[in-house]
Design a binder for this molecule. Structure first.
Ligand code: GAP
Length: 449
């Protein structure tokens, strides 16, 4: 590696967006038709990244605990659910139109509520009107009253409407949680900043049901746990913070919320909200449905409606934060040659990296393809692997650096004699010669640590 100082990563946002398209992380949706209003498709590498984010969340929230169970509830739900939850009435944003250029804005997101950021006109806005963010559609062939359904704007309500089912079938008792990962839909007035705010996105939410007097303690607990999760997966401390909501920011169901915020290129912004939802949701659904949604503590002989602490994160938004935090540029000597160059590398935590290993035969010749395929067959049951046999090896390493692949395994002509391969480390670019028979153990020691 050269002594030259690493160039500063300026224009991080544009660089990450560009890399996402170039390397197959994220594509604009319906691009061949000109794209479609801030919707995005996750490409061959992006789908792996997103899956790893969701798997890491599920692992920490469900697999490694005994007090949280999973759920996968329907996306379509009847108006009664949203009537009870308060979303029909309260899930609104204030919308204004500029009378001069006819652009629409969210009033609460304008830098100056009197000046149109598009055309610069002053005092040109209409009166603010409340715009409901839920997408409405119709179930069945007849459009009209009675057939209306909503696409869920949060996964949370499925956990509340199934509270009784889960309580009766899972043998859990407060404090216990229900976790869910899935798509949510919001007809956002202003989308933007790539996948940060879109109309279709994925959430990772958990409702933790606790005895009412324990809710302050669990709120603190989940704030600390959730902040640590991002940090443990490689986001540096200086890019993370916890920020408590001011009174006027609180959602209609919350008496206290803290956001886990990430330092995006445009400043601090939300990754996740941890809210104290009290007994609001269970009480609302109980009174609207007529079902008793409470817990009877037989030992104490008391019946109560549990309070809820909710850590609610965005999977797509979090994937973007991992990309931003992992992006690095570094001045290096070209591998195998002497000239300097800048390499772009995504320094993902191993758990988040889309591919864990790339198998790279030095040439396409059949005598190397055979052992390379043996190596691939040895690793594939354990790790997501990429296989690439074209281009110069230096360019293939650079491609894997840009995908964030922690290890490249190169099969060369010496392999035919010594039955060993070269393992190249993404971060240090150090190369080790490792016997093929011990390759899996070598990688396990580094990837599963
Ligand atoms: N159940 C509570 C709830 O939905 P929220 O703060 O509105 O709370 C939780 O959403 C998380 O979902 C946010 O912190 C964010 O990461 C993600 N999210 C919300 N709206 C989003 C959007 N339009 N695009 C992408 N992610 C979004």
């Amino acid at each position: 590696m050269s002594e030259a100082p690493a160039p500063a990563v300026s224009d991080l946002f544009d660089k990450v967006v560009n890399l996402c398209k170039r390397r197959g992380f994220v594509f604009p949706s319906a691009e061949i038709y000109g794209g479609f209003r801030s919707t995005y498709d996750y490409g061959p590498v992006g789908v792996l990244l997103l899956r790893n984010v969701k798997d890491a969340w599920w692992r920490s929230m469900v697999q490694l605990r005994h007090d949280i169970v999973g759920l996968d509830a329907a996306i379509l739900s009847p108006p009664a659910v949203w009537e009870a939850s308060g979303h029909l009435k309260n899930f609104t944003d204030p919308l204004v139109d500029c009378k001069v250029c006819r652009e629409r804005f969210r009033l609460d997101r304008l830098d100056d509520p009197e000046v149109c950021p598009n055309c610069g006109s002053k005092h040109s806005f209409t009166e603010a009107r409340q715009f409901n963010l839920m997408f409405k559609t119709y179930a069945g062939p007849v459009e009209g009253a009675g057939a209306e359904v909503y696409l869920r704007p949060e996964t949370a309500q499925g956990m509340f409407t199934n509270f009784k089912n889960v309580l009766e079938t899972s043998r859990k008792r407060p404090p216990f949680g229900i976790a869910q990962i899935g798509k949510s839909f919001r007809n956002e007035i202003t989308t933007g900043n790539f996948v940060f705010r879109t109309r279709e996105f994925e959430q990772m939410e958990m409702e933790y049901f606790v005895p009412p007097d324990e809710s302050p303690r669990w709120y603190e607990y989940w704030c600390a746990e959730r902040l640590a999760w991002y940090h443990d997966l490689g986001i540096p401390e200086h890019m993370l913070r916890l920020r408590a909501h001011d009174e006027d920011e609180l959602s209609h169901y919350s008496i206290g919320t803290s956001d886990v915020e990430f330092l995006f290129p445009w400043g601090w912004d939300e990754l996740e909200g941890i809210a104290n939802r009290t007994d609001y949701d269970l009480t609302q659904h109980a009174s609207h449905s007529g079902e008793r949604l409470e817990y009877f503590d037989q030992a104490a002989g008391v019946r109560y409606v549990p309070h809820v602490i909710e850590p609610a994160a965005g999977a797509t938004r979090t994937a973007m934060a991992f990309l931003m935090a992992a992006y690095d540029e570094e001045a290096v000597a070209r591998e195998g040659q002497g000239q300097g160059e800048v390499r772009t590398v995504l320094r993902f935590h191993h758990r988040i990296a889309p591919y864990k290993v790339a198998v790279l035969p030095l040439s396409k010749k059949p005598e190397l393809s055979a052992p390379a395929n043996d190596v691939l067959a040895q690793l594939q049951p354990h790790y997501m692997c990429d296989y690439d046999e074209t281009q110069a090896i230096g360019r293939r390493y650079r491609r894997q650096d840009e995908l964030g692949t922690p290890f490249c395994v190169t099969i060369d002509f010496d392999t035919l004699n010594d039955h060993a391969v070269t393992v190249r480390d993404r971060d240090t670019m150090a190369q080790d010669r490792v016997p093929m028979a011990g390759l899996l153990d070598h990688l396990r020691a580094r990837l599963d640590a």
